[in-house]
Ligand binder design. Structure first.
Ligand code: UD2
Ligand code: MN
Length: 584
């Protein structure tokens, strides 16, 4: 005992082990110097316990996660929303509360009534408070980007970080103002924040969007780790150390807290279900999904264990600063909002890193139905363009799945300009990142991602023959699976393809030709539904008599020919079947 010895009292984690003592070299030097609470401090005379080596990787410098929370015993216990309880709008203020909803697309009125440093329930799994972390963890810069954020939520976000982070680990709080238009976010904010030496405000002269705003924050950051947060959050007790601990043990891990829910309606702080991970569905739509029960069982997972995530939600995560730049940070060509979570997630996994949710770290977030700020350009077009950039750089052949699931129109060069991708593609090469197929097979095998919609022989019901490509021209042959000339793909972008060549119509009543495939050419697209095959660019064609007339692909009953003819549902010569269908 004495110098360099730390005592753990009532430590369940340690009690499990026969060896119940631990020696620490450098007893919380930094935390004491910084005036932080000393978690290991105990009344004199307690027995010294030793930790088993299997519990402590390094024999020294551990302490129990700090339960720093100056708000546990709040000054104003009767304030509304206190302890994360639901708040109620008085009858005579309901009209006002409704009116002010659109200031932030949540209950701005209630948010204003709730203390900026309210207490919230500790939603961590019970085991978390017993976990050990290293004394000398890397420091972090916490970066909040915001544009026209509501005053009360911005303040509550900052207070929650200041109140619940060990001071020696919190290098600074960077507020990146992405050219807000609201007056209160100017001088008033400067004055308010000047009471906190750790808070710095960075003002962007022009609206950059959250992606480039984060890059601006990162460029200014002095901490070892970057921790990004949305500007309407509440960090919970003990939120920071588990994140930093995980990075400290492996700097290629990118870690996210569990995102608890702050109700947009009554501002209550709500715990979310365990074992949730971030996933996406086509076309790159983020979502949450519960880990399959048998997976949890097989891996003997506890609710406090880190959860591997195919993609992160985007807003709240910690990453080693050097590693962030090694990965090439974000694609700076992404605008305003959206898609950057996909970009960084694919990049991390495919280029050697990992994404995890750390259940012992909890941060509440107000999920809002609408963005409470203006988009400089059309919102939908902005998000689509960002996603298309991500698809073009990271998805390899699977980008067709993305486009096929609802973004086909983006392939038309006149519709969207995704901008220059050279730097991003070069980065991927430089980092020697793995393929998207590798990512699907290894990180997200649950996702259904057939490369094509259908493939095999193209059988015509009327002729009972199959399409064949010989010397550049199409004809019918007796079906024969062993002949490669009879194998075609029906792709996600709806081309009928053999190798690099795609079936193209010459025009109504005429035959077919083969063209070099080019996904940007609408006339190479075929709608294949209910056995019919229709040339898409002719679907809306109007006949000379002004009648809406559809044309279908037909197989010649006598001659070995394929041509377009007015659709006739009863004709077997217009019925086509591929050997295998993977998706509709
Ligand atoms: C989610 C993420 C968000 C981001 C977004 C996709 C969470 C909790 N949130 O949407 O961080 O990844 O998906 O892009 O995972 N902002 C700016 N400039 C802008 C637009 C927004 O600074 O031009 C700020 C905004 O004030 C906020 C943050 O960026 O603090 C995220 O925006 P959001 O809250 O509207 O995004 P959210 O939560 O809907
Ligand atoms: Mn948000």
């Amino acid at each position: 005992e004495g110098k360099g010895v730390i005592v753990f009292k009532n430590d369940k984690h340690i009690k499990k082990n026969d060896l119940a003592q631990v020696l620490l070299e450098d007893k919380h030097k930094s935390s004491q110097q910084d005036g932080a609470l000393n978690p290991g401090k105990l009344p004199a005379g307690e027995p010294v316990k030793l930790l088993n080596a299997s519990v402590v990787r390094r024999s020294a410098g551990l302490h129990k996660v700090m339960a720093l929370d100056v708000t546990v015993r709040p000054r104003d216990v009767r304030a509304i929303g206190q302890f994360g309880h639901a708040a109620v709008v008085p009858l005579d203020r309901q009209e006002e509360s409704r009116r002010r909803w659109s200031e932030g697309y949540f209950n701005v009125f209630l948010s204003e009534q709730i203390p900026v440093d309210r207490a919230i329930p500790d939603t961590r799994p019970p085991a978390c408070s017993e976990n050990l972390v290293h004394d000398h963890l890397p420091t972090t810069s916490v970066i909040f980007c915001f544009v026209d954020e509501v005053w009360s939520t911005l303040l509550r976000s900052v207070h929650s970080v200041l109140n619940r982070s060990p001071p020696h680990l919190l290098k600074e709080v960077l507020l990146v103002d992405d050219s807000s238009t609201k007056d209160y976010l100017k001088e008033k904010l400067d004055v308010y924040m000047s009471q906190f030496p750790k808070v710095r405000i960075i003002r962007l002269k022009e609206r950059q969007g959250l992606i480039r705003a984060r890059l601006a924050g990162a460029a200014e950051a002095k901490g070892d780790v970057l921790t990004f947060l949305d500007s309407h959050v509440e960090c919970n007790v003990g939120w920071l150390e588990p994140l930093l601990e995980r990075l400290y043990n492996d700097r290629r891990k990118v870690v996210c807290p569990v995102i608890d829910v702050i109700s947009d309606k009554d501002m209550s702080y709500v715990l979310v279900d365990s074992f949730q991970r971030g996933i996406f569905k086509w076309p790159l739509v983020f979502g949450w999904s519960t880990l399959p029960e048998d997976y949890v069982k097989k891996k003997h997972m506890k609710d406090s264990d880190p959860i591997r995530c195919p993609v992160m939600a985007g807003g709240l995560f910690s990453i080693d600063k050097k590693y962030f730049y090694e990965l090439g940070a974000y694609d700076p060509g992404l605008d305003v909002w959206g898609g950057e979570n996909m970009e960084i997630s694919f990049k991390i996994w495919m280029c050697g890193g990992e994404i995890e949710i750390i259940p012992c770290s909890r941060v509440g977030h107000i999920f809002r139905g609408e963005n409470p700020y203006q988009f400089p350009k059309d919102r939908q077009k902005t998000v689509e363009r960002n996603l298309a950039r991500v698809a073009e750089v990271w998805l390899d052949e699977y980008k067709e799945v993305f486009y096929g699931y609802g973004y086909l129109h983006l392939l038309d060069k006149n519709v969207i300009d995704v901008g220059n991708l050279t730097a991003q593609i070069q980065l991927r090469e430089k980092l020697k990142c793995k393929s998207f197929k590798w990512y699907l097979d290894n990180v997200y095998p649950e996702l259904e991602a057939p490369e094509v919609k259908a493939e095999g022989l193209v059988f015509n019901v009327g002729t009972r023959k199959c399409l064949a490509l010989n010397n550049g021209s199409l004809s019918f042959e007796i079906c024969d699976l062993s002949k490669q000339s009879q194998h075609f793909n029906y792709s996600w972008v709806r081309t009928v393809r053999q190798n690099a060549f795609c079936v193209a119509p010459l025009g109504t009543g005429t035959g077919m030709t083969m063209e070099q495939c080019d996904n940007t050419k609408p006339h190479l697209r075929w709608l294949h539904k209910a056995n019919k095959v229709l040339p898409e660019h002719l679907i809306a064609e109007v006949s000379p008599r002004g009648m809406f007339q559809r044309v279908c692909l037909e197989g010649g009953p006598k001659a070995d020919s394929v041509y377009l003819k007015a659709c006739d549902t009863s004709s077997p010569f217009q019925k086509w079947q591929f050997t295998h269908y993977y998706a509709q």
